[in-house]
Design a protein around this ligand. Structure first.
Ligand code: 6GU
Length: 224
C-alpha cells in the first residue's frame, strides 16, 4: 500500500511513523509513505499557500492552486482509491474506516491548516473527509499519522499471528479484556485464578465476559 501525505510540515512525520511496527512494515516493503511539501507546489514567488477569506473574518484559507497542482501531479502517476481531506468537521475516524482504507492500494491524505481550504476543492477533489475526534488540532498532520498507523498495522504481514489485529479492541465492537503477565503475585496483588488454571475453554469464557463488562461500563455506545 502507498500513502501520499500532502503537508506544510513534512518534518512532523519524522518521528511518529519511523518506529516499531510501522517502521518495519515500510522496511519490509508492505507500506510506502511519501511526503509532499505543499509549498513546493506554489506558483507564487514567495511560496505562498494561504490567502484572506472572502467575506472577511479572522484566519487565512488554504489556496486552491498549490493543492490542485500537487493533487494533479500525483494523479498523473497512478490511480488513487481515496483522496482524503483531514479536517475537524470530517466524519469521525473509527476501526471500520481503518479496515476499509487498509484494502486500498493508493491513498492521499491532505493535511488541513488555518481556517481550512477553499470549499470548491472539498466539493470537487476529495472522496472523503475525516476527523480523528471532537477536538481541534493545529493541523491535520497528527491525524494523518494516526490514520497511517491504524491502517498500516492491518496490512497482511505487518503483525505477527500473536499480535493479530483480529483480537484488537473495537475489531468486534468490544473493548479488550484485562491482561496480566508474570509474576503471578506482586505486592500481594494476584492474577485471576482462571488465567492460571490451564482450562482453555474457561479462560476464553472469562475473557469474553470481561470484554463485555468493560465495554458496557466504559463504552456503552459500542453495544447496540
Ligand atoms: Cl483531521 N484536523 C484538525 N485540525 N483537528 C482535528 C482533526 C483534524 N481531527 C480532530 N481534530
Amino acid at each position: 500500500m502507498r500513502i501520499d501525505i500532502i503537508t506544510l510540515f513534512p518534518e512532523m512525520f519524522e518521528g511518529p511513523l519511523n518506529y516499531s511496527i510501522i517502521k518495519r512494515a515500510q522496511a519490509k516493503g508492505l507500506a510506502e509513505i511519501h511526503l509532499h511539501n505543499l509549498r513546493d507546489f506554489s506558483d507564487n514567488k514567495h511560496r505562498k499557500v494561504d490567502d484572506y477569506a472572502f467575506g472577511g473574518g479572522a484566519g487565512m484559507v488554504m489556496m486552491m492552486q498549490p493543492i490542485v497542482s500537487c493533487l494533479e501531479a500525483l494523479k498523473k502517476e497512478r490511480v488513487y482509491d481515496e483522496i482524503i481531506f483531514l479536517t475537524p468537521d470530517g466524519e469521525l475516524f473509527d476501526q471500520p474506516i481503518a479496515n476499509k482504507l487498509s484494502m486500498a492500494s493508493n491513498i492521499i491524505l491532505m493535511c488541513g491548516h488555518y481556517k481550512g481550504i477553499d470549499e470548491r476543492l472539498r466539493e470537487h477533489y476529495f472522496t472523503r473527509e475525516i476527523s480523528i475526534g471532537n477536538y481541534v488540532l493545529t493541523g491535520g498532520e497528527l491525524a494523518a499519522a494516526v490514520i497511517s498507523d491504524a491502517v498500516i498495522r492491518l496490512l497482511p504481514g505487518v503483525l505477527s499471528d500473536e499480535t493479530s489485529a483480529l483480537s484488537d479492541s473495537f475489531q468486534d465492537n468490544l473493548l479488550s479484556p484485562p491482561v496480566y503477565t508474570r509474576p503471578a503475585e506482586f505486592n500481594g496483588w494476584t492474577v485471576p485464578d482462571v488465567l492460571i488454571s490451564g482450562n482453555e475453554k474457561e479462560i476464553r469464557k472469562w475473557q469474553h465476559e470481561k470484554a463485555l463488562e468493560r465495554t458496557r461500563t466504559r463504552r456503552p455506545g459500542l453495544i447496540d
